[in-house]
Design a protein around this ligand. Structure first.
Ligand code: ADP
Length: 173
């Protein structure tokens, strides 16, 4: 069985990501979780913190390694000798983006295959973006991210903006 790479921003890693990594680790001999250092979106955690949170979240999976990378995912996959790119599919909305990315990657690297895995139903509505939003607004994210990620989010947001905004403001009074 060839090695596989699971690339993404992991900002931060959620139980959905862990679910996909666990499934991939059960299929492939070796899985490298690739933490992309410069995604085209605003990041909450710097690369080293995203890596650290992923390392702790996946520490019980013996055949999984975590590495930061930059540049093209296909180049990184080649560097580490991976033949398969793992992606997670939550809903139909993910499909279009993943299909486009998979076909573009195939154009650049025909020797790599993309394998999409579906998470448990309980995580199929989860995204790191939503987690950050709920957390920012003071909502509970218990059970949606590992406990150490929950703490890291709380700490980061406390330092960033002084906590949730819960006082209603009536614009017409
Ligand atoms: P992106 O690659 O768009 O920056 P992420 O870094 O958040 O997205 O996620 C990396 C991969 O993990 C993507 O394939 C994404 O679809 C998948 N993923 C994210 N959250 C979940 C989830 N809750 N369940 C399954 N797959 C997920």
């Amino acid at each position: 069985m060839p090695a596989a790479i699971y690339p993404g921003s992991f900002d931060p890693i959620t139980c959905g990501h862990v679910d996909i990594a666990r499934r991939a680790a059960a299929i492939f001999e070796r899985l490298v979780v690739g933490v992309y250092d410069a995604p085209a979106k605003a990041l909450l955690f710097p690369t080293d913190e995203r890596v650290k949170l992923a390392v702790i979240a996946l520490k019980d999976l013996e055949n999984v390694q975590i590495a930061a990378y930059g540049g093209l995912t296909v180049d990184f996959a080649r560097q580490i000798g991976a033949k398969v790119i793992i992606r997670g599919l939550r809903a139909v909305s993910d499909f279009e983006v993943e299909m486009q990315m998979a076909l573009l990657n195939r154009k650049m690297a025909p020797d790599l295959e993309v394998v999409c895995l579906m998470p448990s139903l309980e995580y199929s509505f989860l995204s790191a973006t939503m987690i950050k939003e709920i957390s920012k607004l003071g909502g509970s994210i218990e059970g949606l991210v590992p406990a150490h990620v929950e703490n890291a989010l709380r700490e980061k947001l406390r330092r960033d903006d002084g906590g949730p905004h819960s006082v209603p403001r009536y614009l017409n009074s």
